[in-house]
Ligand binder design. Structure first.
Ligand code: ADP
Ligand code: MG
Length: 247
């Protein structure tokens, strides 16, 4: 497999008027083409910070990030759809901002909306959609710019458990189907194991990599089926123990 990203000794300080916070102490990991990886860790350990650095939103303090000639797109923590724009216009924003709104690209977005069950809602406004559908729209908006690598931050954490299962199944299938590489961050251990080829576990802040697990299931399939695999609970327990501050 081809390595697309290599992160070494990433460190990040945040500075405010009164104090300095070390968010990331020492983060290193690789990413391979087509791979799905999850980063899990306690709340406030710096998961979103890693994605913000990778997407270029904020600067790292030190360390190196080597990336093949790949493009990255970031799906933020909440779906952040604009209420005054239609579903189609929401999905076209990235293309407009980057001045890539060609007929071909617009047709690609419409194709994605049709393929993933949103064709009838193209001219609707976000308020008329369910949480799961909005999440799918946000994903299609992210895919519109044809990124190689997708960054997903707590994509389902605002939803109830049943909806979270359903939308993670959708998200998984769409991203696999579109042959993308994925880095997602979550505090949800089950979600991480069920979605990923590898799970990277962080310590509490200032975070370091505590463990990296290659997820090997008997019948690797989609997230809902993966949760039924007999090895699932083995990984769940190991990661749960990694995250338990009392052990
Ligand atoms: P996570 O996503 O794992 O919950 P974050 O990456 O959001 O964690 O934050 C890591 C730490 O950095 C937290 O302690 C948070 O308060 C701090 N932090 C995040 N963003 C900023 C900022 N812009 N300025 C100062 N501190 C920040
Ligand atoms: Mg976060």
């Amino acid at each position: 497999m081809k390595k697309v990203l290599e992160i070494s000794n990433l460190k990040k300080y945040y500075h405010t008027m009164s104090e300095e916070t070390l968010a990331l102490k020492d983060i290193s990991f690789d990413l391979y083409e087509g791979e799905f990886i999850s980063i899990v860790g306690p709340s406030g350990c710096g998961k979103s910070t890693i994605l913000s650095i990778l997407s270029g939103l904020i600067e790292k303090s030190s360390g190196t990030i080597k990336m093949e000639d790949k493009t990255i797109a970031y799906m933020l923590q909440n779906d952040s759809l604009l209420p005054f724009l239609t579903i189609l216009d929401n999905c076209l924003i990235g293309l407009k901002v980057t001045k890539n709104l060609t007929k071909e690209n617009k047709d690609y977005v419409i194709h994605l909306l049709n393929t993933y069950g949103l064709g009838d809602f193209i001219n609707n406004y976000p308020s008329s959609l369910s949480g799961g559908m909005r999440q799918r729209v946000a994903l299609i908006r992210t895919l519109a710019v044809k990124p190689d690598i997708l960054l997903l931050d707590e994509a389902t954490s605002a939803l109830d458990y049943q909806s979270s299962l359903a939308i993670s199944e959708d998200i998984y299938k769409i991203i696999k189907n579109e042959k993308k590489t994925l880095i997602m961050v979550t505090h949800d251990i089950g979600l991480a194991i069920s979605m990923s080829d590898r799970v990277i576990v962080l310590t509490k802040r200032p975070s370091e990599v505590k463990n990296i697990y290659q997820i090997e299931l008997d019948n690797k399939s989609t997230p809902i089926n993966n949760r039924k695999d007999k090895n699932f609970s083995k990984y769940y327990e190991m990661i749960w123990r990694d995250l338990d501050v009392h052990v």
